[in-house]
Ligand binder design. Structure first.
Ligand SMILES: Cc1cc2nc3c(=O)[nH]c(=O)nc-3n(C[C@H](O)[C@H](O)[C@H](O)COP(=O)(O)O)c2cc1C
Length: 348
């Protein structure tokens, strides 16, 4: 097993994971839709933003904690929901859950998981977790998943709204790769060519219905426009997750850097805003927070940590990002997350 303590950056984990994973599983994790323009944009959009640091602030103590929807979190770095962790490690989502808890990070468990949500909820018991829902058309099945998540102690339901049908994932099609459906959906759930769920009939009225049967906070994931954010808020959502699904759905969709300002303007302060896509450095997270996010999520980096060394790797990836964010805050003159404001961003 590789020693993750030797790894300094998230990119170190990427290289090590690529070297050890099965090629088709790697392509499933790494790949996106079409020409993968959005994947490239996600990465470069953070790099293009320049910062205007404040100086002569006593930053000897920094506090990265935040209370979100009633839960106190030690820092704002979140594990985004990603499917099929069994492809990366034999302990699958159990290892991810242990690693996230060790790094004090909120873990959002995917519907498409290798391990049941009740098992994940106990590893260890009481760590902060939300459950991501691919809402099955059948309302009884859908409600059953919500009820199970509530009973198992999940603190929020993240309903993914940007996947009416899977994007054109050409790497998977070329590899004839089929994504395992996981343990939560019934075996007759409609799926596309590569095994991904198909949910084309879901609309705003279904979201309103889901709100009416979901007794815990509800977060809509995959929103990129302020009018959709407003509509999700009006439907009763407590959170908006600004995301293009890691470039895996509509190629050439805008990035979170483009969506965040208008969405923060529309619903910031009224709902929790989560952002993701291409975050690989703590300074990327600082920029997301300055653009109006309350929480910043990472998808692939966690999978890289998992593939390299299970729970230890997951924890290390998250700790690297947390520590880089803390340093970036110091160097930008910020002692708390509240002090990470839009004036830190250069306009060009
Ligand atoms: C391999 C993989 C599987 C994913 N599975 C899901 C999923 O089951 N549900 C979901 O809402 N998003 C899923 N996503 C999207 C992530 O939640 C997240 O939006 C994205 O990975 C963020 O971009 P990043 O990987 O560049 O950090 C998946 C992403 C990847 C890379």
């Amino acid at each position: 097993m590789a020693d993750p303590d030797r790894f300094l950056t998230v990119a170190d984990f990427e290289a090590a994971a690529a070297a050890r994973m099965d090629a088709a599983a790697w392509d499933y994790y790494a790949g996106g839709a079409g020409n993968e323009h959005t994947i490239a944009d996600n990465r470069h959009a953070w790099d293009r933003i320049r910062l205007r640091p404040r100086v002569l602030v006593d930053v000897s103590e920094r506090n990265l904690s935040i209370t979100v929807l009633g839960t106190r979190l030690a820092h704002p770095i979140v594990v985004a929901p990603t499917a099929a962790h069994g492809l990366a490690h034999e302990d699958a989502e159990r290892a991810t859950a242990r690693g996230a808890a060790a790094a004090d990070a909120l873990y959002v468990l995917s519907t498409i998981s290798t391990v049941p949500m009740e098992t994940v909820a106990e590893t260890p018991l009481g760590a902060p977790r939300w459950f991501q829902l691919y809402a099955p058309e059948d309302r009884t099945t859908c409600r059953d998943l919500v009820d199970r998540a509530v009973a198992a102690g999940y603190g929020g339901i993240v309903v993914t709204v940007d996947l009416p049908m899977p994007g054109n994932r050409e790497r998977d099609r070329r590899n004839r790769f089929t994504v395992p459906l996981g343990v939560h959906l019934p075996a007759d759930q409609p799926t596309g060519e590569t095994g991904l769920v198909v949910l084309p009939t879901w609309t705003w009225s279904d979201l309103e219905w889901l709100r009416s049967v979901c007794p815990i906070p509800l977060i809509a994931k995959g929103i990129l426009r302020s009018d959709d954010a407003e509509r999700a808020f009006q439907a009763g959502c407590d959170g908006i997750w600004v995301s293009n699904h890691g470039g895996r759905q509509l190629d050439t969709s805008v990035t979170a850097t483009a969506g965040l300002p208008e969405i923060a303007d529309a619903v910031g302060g009224r709902t929790v805003i989560v952002a993701d896509g291409g975050v690989r450095r703590g300074v990327d997270a600082l920029k997301a927070l300055a653009l109006g996010a309350d929480l910043v999520a990472v998808g692939r980096p966690v999978l890289w940590g998992l593939a390299v060394s299970g729970a230890v790797g997951v924890a290390r990836v998250l700790e690297i990002l947390r520590d880089e964010l803390s340093l970036a805050m110091a160097l930008a003159g910020c002692r708390t997350l509240d002090e990470i404001t839009p004036d830190l961003l250069a306009s060009t």
